[in-house]
Design a protein around this ligand. Structure first.
Ligand SMILES: O=C(O)C(=O)C[C@]1(C(=O)O)C=C[C@@H](O)C=C1
Length: 224
């Protein structure tokens, strides 16, 4: 298998169609796609951008948990700092699949990831949608008015512009590698004046409190 990319998609588990692509064939279309069928349980490594608790990891978990076609696969998840590194790992076959966001219902297409898909000759073999509900999180005991800075993934910052230009207007906003990474950074450095925009799962994993839920501009934001 040359390289495979699972996409997070807005269509839900019922519509998942994981496929194997044939190595020597040049492009993806329905003619080239063969169903991926196997009876034995096999381990597959799945790369994502971010660290434990990132939305991408949740999407990968959701995809492998809900797909009938992937029932025989035991996924092992592996985080990478950047999307570029995730694609590199796919190319080097360090991982069997990568899960990459391509579209968000609020902010649109992640064009950069389409370029990477093209540059690394990766193909879409499945899709999944994840509902992302962003929270403002901070160390326990910290209040919104204590914060001087908010950190998050740039795509997530884009999705929370209304909140940031209102409640967050006195704060500096910093781009970080991922949402969960922002949460873990605050915890690790014990930063009492820094908040992160992240998911509830990241807040739980890194022991942060939720100061405000649903800080995204549009409720029911879905990433594919
Ligand atoms: O920082 C994270 O948690 C991420 O997973 C980054 C990520 C993603 O890859 O899904 C998060 C949400 C956005 O909609 C796009 C990018």
């Amino acid at each position: 298998m040359r390289g495979a990319i699972c996409l997070k998609a807005a269509c839900g588990a019922a519509n998942l169609s994981p496929f194997r692509l044939i190595h020597t064939e040049p492009a993806v279309n329905s003619r080239l796609i063969k169903p991926y069928i196997s009876s034995a349980m096999e381990e597959k490594t799945v790369g994502f951008q971010g660290i434990q608790g990132a939305y991408s990891e949740s999407a990968a978990e959701g995809l492998f948990r809900s797909s009938q076609h992937l029932k025989h696969v035991r996924p092992i998840f592996k985080g990478y700092q950047t999307f570029n590194q995730t694609f590199e790992a796919l190319k080097k076959r360090e991982i069997d699949y990568a899960i990459i966001p391509i579209e968000n219902s609020s902010t649109g297409t992640f064009l950069w990831n389409f370029d990477l898909m093209h540059n690394f000759d990766a193909h879409i073999v499945g899709e999944y949608c994840i509902h992302e509900s962003h929270c403002l999180v901070a160390l326990p005991g910290v209040k919104i008015e204590d914060l001087k800075e908010i950190r998050s993934h740039p795509y997530v910052i884009d999705q929370c512009q209304l909140f940031l230009s209102d409640a967050g207007k006195h704060l500096s906003v910093s781009q970080a590698l991922d949402t969960a990474g922002s949460a873990s950074y605050i915890k690790e450095k014990n930063l009492k004046d820094v908040g992160a925009i992240a998911g509830k799962k990241a807040a739980e994993i890194y022991g942060l409190s939720i100061l405000k839920e649903n800080v995204e501009d549009k409720q029911n934001t879905i990433t594919r």
